[in-house]
Design a protein around this ligand. Structure first.
Ligand SMILES: O=P(O)(O)O[C@@H]1C[C@H](O)[C@@H](CO)O1
Ligand SMILES: Nc1nc2[nH]cnc2c(=O)[nH]1
Length: 349
């Protein structure tokens, strides 16, 4: 492979708390009634009953506004608690948690113990923040990311990227497990992301939706050149020294909402759009990172081949078990790629 150049507060469950004096569920046993707003709801007499505890839990999950000061508090908690100001932030994809296990002198924070932090709900995402050193560089790694399909708004999914920024992180390394749509890709290959197609964005959803705080970045950020070309080229060089260049590609990733894997028709459409690999994450993290001017490097581990023709083969069906198994098999290679790239950054620092 030759060097790369780019030519080639609270949204509620569709309703709001009923103000008619029905909120008597403080003991958690009597349901609090909510009447979804809007004519359709009242015309159809739709009602949804939640206990007040359930309502609070949903509200907490749906929270998508994190004021700068709250993010700063979380960042201070991590920097003070670890005694480290990290320069590189790593997000571990499904089954790639071992990227955080190679961090030396780790200080580990369970997400539950970090104030105002969401919790991980997906297998293969441990839910821990690991801060320490890698190849002499100060790093922090999310062993577990947040996905839209878990019920979190995109701003909440990518809130930790802002925490990284306020901790001092300059480089974001985002990794993911993805289905290979490009017919040349094989299971176990690595695709260095050089661009993305934001399907959730096409549908009007963005992690930057809502009021913009200019302390993070501009209202209308540009996204061309989001994926740092120097880092892509360095990763290609590293792949050659590792002898894996034939299984490393440079391509376009697309994020869908999940949790379903794609239909054949959807995969055909994505391929026509120039997408090489498809997943359910990363894009909102990259958008948030670019908004606050972080340098981004991202790669997909191809954990399954996506069929783009109809057939009755059971093999064509993606499964999370397969995703996890392939990630486990390839974790050593992914760890080596990441640590060598960190070493390169550290060398030029
Ligand atoms: O967190 P990533 O994007 O690596 O996880 C992918 C997308 C889904 O969460 C899961 C599907 O198997 O893997
Ligand atoms: N959307 C999506 N996400 C994945 N994560 C791992 N494989 C896949 C896939 O085929 N599709």
């Amino acid at each position: 492979m030759t060097g790369y150049s780019s030519k080639t507060d609270v949204a509620t469950a569709n309703g709001k708390q009923n103000g008619s004096g029905n909120q008597t569920g403080e003991n958690g046993t009597k349901p609090t009634e909510f009447t979804p707003q809007g004519n359709h709801a009242s015309e159809n007499n739709i009602q949804c009953s939640l206990t007040s505890d359930e309502f609070r839990a949903v509200n907490l999950m749906r929270q998508d506004m994190y004021p700068y000061e709250v993010i700063q508090e979380i960042a201070d908690f991590i920097v003070k608690g670890s005694g480290i100001r990290p320069k590189i932030g790593i997000i571990c994809g499904s089954g790639l948690g071992s990227l955080a296990d190679i961090i030396q002198n780790p200080k580990v924070f369970d997400y539950e113990k970090i104030p105002n932090f969401p919790v991980s709900t997906v297998e293969g995402h441990a839910g821990r923040l690991v801060v320490g050193t890698l190849e002499g560089a100060n790093v922090m790694a999310m062993q577990g990311r947040f996905h839209f399909y878990e019920g979190y708004p995109l701003a909440k999914c990518s809130m930790p990227v802002r925490v990284m920024k306020l901790c001092g992180v300059e480089y974001l390394f985002a990794t993911n497990a993805a289905g290979g749509i490009n017919p040349k890709y094989a299971v176990g290959d690595i695709m260095l992301m050089h661009d993305h197609v934001n399907m959730l964005g096409f549908a009007g959803n963005s992690p930057l939706q809502g009021p913009n705080d200019p302390r993070f970045g501009p209202r209308f950020p540009a996204l061309v050149n989001s994926y740092n070309k120097d880092l892509i080229n360095k990763a290609i060089e590293i792949s050659k020294t590792m002898g894996i260049e034939s299984s490393v590609h440079v391509g376009v990733y697309s994020c869908l909402g999940g949790p379903t894997y794609e239909t054949i028709a959807e995969l055909k459409a994505l391929r026509m759009m120039g997408v090489d690999a498809v997943g359910m994450s990363t894009v909102h993290e990259v958008i948030t990172a670019r908004h606050c001017d972080m340098k981004v490097f991202a790669f997909s581990l191809i954990t399954n081949k996506c069929a783009t023709e109809y057939s009755d083969k059971k093999d064509d069906e993606a499964s999370h078990d397969e995703v996890m198994a392939v990630a486990k098999n390839r974790q050593k290679t992914c760890c080596e790629l990441v640590s060598r790239l960190v070493a390169e950054i550290q060398k030029t620092a």
